[in-house]
Design a protein around this ligand. Sequence first.
Ligand SMILES: NC(=O)c1ccc[n+]([C@@H]2O[C@H](COP(=O)([O-])OP(=O)(O)OC[C@H]3O[C@@H](n4cnc5c(N)ncnc54)[C@H](OP(=O)(O)O)[C@@H]3O)[C@@H](O)[C@H]2O)c1
Length: 395
Amino acid sequence: MRNQSIKLGVFGFGCVGQGLAYVLNQTNGIDAEIKKICIKQPDKKRTLGKDIFTTNPDELFNDPEIDVIVELIDDADEAFSIVKKAFINKKAVVSANKKMIAENLQELYKLQIKYAVPFLYEAACCASIPIIRNLEEYYDNDLLASVEGIFNGSTNYILSNVFEKGQSFQSALDEAKELGFVESDPSLDLEGFDAVYKTCIAILHTFGLFTNPEEIFLSGIQNLTQFDIDFAMKTGKKIKFISKCTRKDDTVYSYCLPAFINGNSPLSNVKEEYNGIILESGFSQNQLFVGKGAGAEPTGSAIVSDISALRYNYKYEYKKFKQGNKLKIDNGITVRVYMRYRPYSSIDLSRFSSIVEKFSNAEGSYIIGDIELENLCYYKSLNEEKLIIVLIEER
Ligand SMILES: NC(=O)c1ccc[n+]([C@@H]2O[C@H](COP(=O)([O-])OP(=O)(O)OC[C@H]3O[C@@H](n4cnc5c(N)ncnc54)[C@H](OP(=O)(O)O)[C@@H]3O)[C@@H](O)[C@H]2O)c1
């Protein structure tokens, strides 16, 4: 990268785009400026002068002065086209788009090599927590056993308000939306897709394994009811939305699902829009990272950090993948879960290997039982049951 001020071409000026502009304006340590911003709706009211905006992407791609494309839009397919076009035009790329990255990880890896351009995406995995660079650089020799944490700020905001402040699920969701913590498509957060995308990214940088989002076991919090909240509270627990990937010999198992957490867990005190990540490694053992996982400024700050790293030609090396390993995803572990479904429903429970508790009344039915993670997929697909699965423990 040349020595003059870095010129940025930014796609998107929503929550994160505006956060980037604000953080850049406040920090003296980085010599970078936004030259042009490509947006979708030309007539929307903006907080910067109109000369900086365009709706023509080519004004950014074809500008030889622009060194870096910063992709901050909310449309994953369009974002992938933008990143590819930037690579072809030999421009470095910074992105926060976990959906686009997770769905195209392998191809993005190949394209970086083909066009020899750096592609950084720290903000895409737990926003302000510098986890990717740590996994890439600091933990490149340690034997990482697992990564577990709260990867989604909006569901954590909702669940914290429900369990700490006694708010209803709906009012906590409305508040999270108002504060801009929820994605334009709320199902990305509530149904857990956002966390799955981040988990795919974490698996690559932790274990050197490329995964598809469909390979991660996923069950969201969209069907959580007061019945489940009361159940958790009666047993002295909170519910948190947990993402985890663990290495077991030559396999990795991974899930994103709500879990009962007791007060001793380090994740119990990770509240509101904060994310928390526990790295378990062979030598340094357990380490906890906590930071804001959503919001304009925390996310903008991670993007500024990536832009700054480009100044010294930093790029991810994907060493753990390049070292070669025979790892594959295998979700054949047994878990104990609480599963709540419609009252008096005659649901087939034969996929459970054992059932330790069963309950039904006019408000709901639940069972507690042991089951292989893979077999849980069947229950998850029973949409009419409006069921929720909450992890109790791994067996
Ligand atoms: N919000 C967070 O806390 C957060 C945290 C980490 C990562 N992210 C990721 O960051 C990205 C942006 O999120 P956001 O919350 O900033 O979204 P947002 O507030 O909904 O803003 C999206 C922006 O993208 C623009 N846009 C959409 N399609 C476009 C296109 N084809 N060409 C040019 N501009 C286009 C929109 O333009 P108009 O303004 O003209 O409508 C808008 O400015 C997403 O990938 C998200 O997953 C968000």
